[in-house]
Design a binder for this molecule. Structure first.
Ligand SMILES: [Zn+2]
Length: 264
């Protein structure tokens, strides 16, 4: 994922709760940042229900978790977090919510988006809902000027995201080597102090080692983060219709040649 262009390549990570990113793809975003990408985080909720402490109300918990997320992002080399502040546990896949994501896509203009795999079966409903809505927002909503036309009238341009990486997928087909990012990944996870169960850093390291060993035993690559990768066409590739036309032309040419041969 390295690149030498002057203009930094842009990625957007859109997840349901603070800490989703660090648990699923922290190493990948740290690697992108090291490779010179400009990465933006978008958190749909501020995780305001995630506590067992009855004294911690949603407003205070939400504020605490946003601060934890910003500190974690900084550990990973990311300096922009957008908080949509939908109430935790109440993300609904409606036209208005999809429009919010479309606006973020049109503002950030990423070529790569990372989000939850919303199709991986039962899971936190916010994870499912965010994954499905974000994918719909990428294709086709954000690329059509007639979708959420009021945004375009107000100055936003349609945007085409080429690549989507779905995190937490049951069917990963793309693996990122994050062995160089382990320390930062752990530091970032530990910033979510209100959520992380590990007593200390050593315990967290131990846990990750165990998980890597488990992956190796199961025949998977240790120290990788896996995704389901989807691509939505690259403007530098010939369009499918043109490719089909070229194929038909080549076929006709070959047939004519054969005809001429048998006539001769
Ligand atoms: Zn979550």
């Amino acid at each position: 994922m390295s690149d030498a262009e002057a203009e930094p390549r842009r990625a957007l990570v859109i997840m349901a709760h603070p800490d989703d990113i660090e648990f699923t793809c922290g190493g990948t975003v740290a690697q992108l940042s090291d490779d010179g990408w400009h990465v933006t985080f978008c958190l749909v909720t501020s995780g305001d229900k995630g506590t067992k402490d009855p004294a911690l109300g949603p407003a205070d918990l939400g504020a605490l978790r946003e601060a934890e997320q910003e500190a974690a992002a900084s550990e990973l080399g990311i300096h922009r977090c957008i908080f949509l502040r939908v109430p935790d546990g109440h993300v609904e896949d409606g036209s208005e919510f999809r429009g919010q994501i479309v606006q973020v896509l049109r503002d950030v203009r990423p070529e790569l988006m990372i989000t939850w795999d919303g199709y991986r079966g039962f899971n936190h409903r916010d994870h499912r809902t965010v994954g499905i809505a974000a994918l719909d927002a990428v294709f086709p909503l954000s690329r059509n000027a007639n979708s959420y036309a009021h945004q375009v009238a107000a100055g936003s341009q349609p945007v085409s995201v080429n690549t989507v990486l779905l995190a937490g997928s049951n069917e990963p087909n793309y693996f990122v080597d994050v062995s160089a990012q382990l320390d930062r990944r752990i530091d970032a996870l530990l910033r979510h102090a209100s959520q992380v169960q590990a007593a200390n850093r050593d315990e967290m390291v131990e846990r990750m080692r165990n998980r890597a060993a488990q992956a190796a035993r199961a025949g998977r690559l240790p120290w990788t983060e896996g995704f389901r990768r989807l691509t939505f066409g690259n403007i530098s590739q010939p369009r499918r219709a043109e490719a089909l036309k070229a194929e038909a032309k080549a076929r006709r040419k070959a047939e004519n040649k054969e005809q001429a041969h048998s006539n001769g």
